[in-house]
Design a protein around this ligand. Structure first.
Ligand SMILES: [Zn+2]
Length: 293
């Protein structure tokens, strides 16, 4: 892999993050952590005074390949009221396209692949606010820490090949739809005090990386045929699974869960329970907040 000069600067910046404990007070009591589902694999997580977003995509429409991307700013701001950190699992439009607008609006720091970093630089975001990851990093923040796990992109419905990983190797003058390339896919494992939350942005894993992660909660994409659910669940042993990425991401919330999508979610729930009946499985509702147990 080519080392972009930005990567060195970004690595330096990553080292400058504050290092302290997790989400627990002086008595060791776990601090309240809430997670609001934003559709697709988007989450708004609150811990203490900190707002963490993962893959927030509220514009909910396709990015035309040759047209300059424009977020639906009103739709975004209707849901997003703050952002300290934004984590991007991979750089396809339904994960990354609203991140430049949100990061600029709220002054958030952005963590993602080199492709994600180049998209942000293209949008004029200062490189001091960007952290480029490759997988294997352990990042410490004031209220939480994050382990970055190398992953793979899922197989879209009706296809048989895992899509090719493409990268945006340098910033561009205008972000067009075709610049939202995968850029590598990552699983994030967040630690809040003594609780761990795993986020999977696309329905695949590098299975060898899963043993030992042991999340309390796993936010999993509704799977296609890319990985073996049974062996993944045996390795991960989550207590609770919230599924995601089962909605129609190109439709407004009011139309984004037609009956076949709801059926897919229910089938996924049955498949999970067939592997391990003790797992609590949640099919989330749009914009509903869940409290981490
Ligand atoms: Zn994708």
């Amino acid at each position: 892999m080519k080392t972009h000069p930005a990567l060195i600067l970004l690595a330096f910046f990553f080292l400058s993050f504050p290092h302290s404990g997790g989400a627990a007070d002086a008595n060791g009591t776990a601090e309240k952590v809430t997670l609001k589902w934003l559709g697709v694999v988007g989450w708004d997580i609150r811990v203490g005074k900190t707002t963490i977003l993962i893959d927030p995509f509220l514009t909910r429409r396709t990015a035309a390949r040759e047209r300059e991307w424009q977020s639906d700013e009103a739709a975004v701001l209707e849901q997003i009221k703050a952002a300290d950190y934004i984590f991007v699992g991979h750089s396809h439009a339904d994960h990354a396209a609203d991140v430049p607008f949100i990061a600029k609006k709220f002054g958030a720091k952005v963590i993602g692949s080199q492709t994600t970093a180049n998209l942000m630089l293209s949008a004029g975001i200062d490189r001091a606010r960007l952290t480029a990851i490759k997988g294997g990093e352990k990042l410490d923040f004031e209220d939480f820490s994050v382990e970055v796990i190398e992953s793979r992109h899922g197989v879209p419905q009706g296809q048989y090949e895992v899509s090719e990983t493409k990268e945006l190797v340098s910033p561009v003058s205008r972000i067009l739809g075709r610049h939202f390339v995968e850029g590598g896919s990552f699983v994030y494992v967040f630690t809040f005090g003594n609780r761990k939350v795993l986020h999977q942005s696309t329905a695949n894993f590098v299975e060898a990386k899963l043993p030992g992660l042991n999340p309390d909660w796993a936010l999993l994409a509704e799977p296609g045929r890319a990985y073996d659910l049974k062996s993944a669940l045996k390795a991960l042993k989550p207590k609770t699974i919230i599924m995601q990425h089962f909605d129609e991401w190109r439709a407004p919330f009011s139309q984004a869960l037609p009956p076949p999508r709801r059926k897919r979610a229910e089938r996924f729930k049955r498949d999970i329970l067939a592997v391990e009946g003790a797992i609590k499985v949640i099919i989330p509702e749009f914009l509903k907040t869940y409290t981490l147990e």
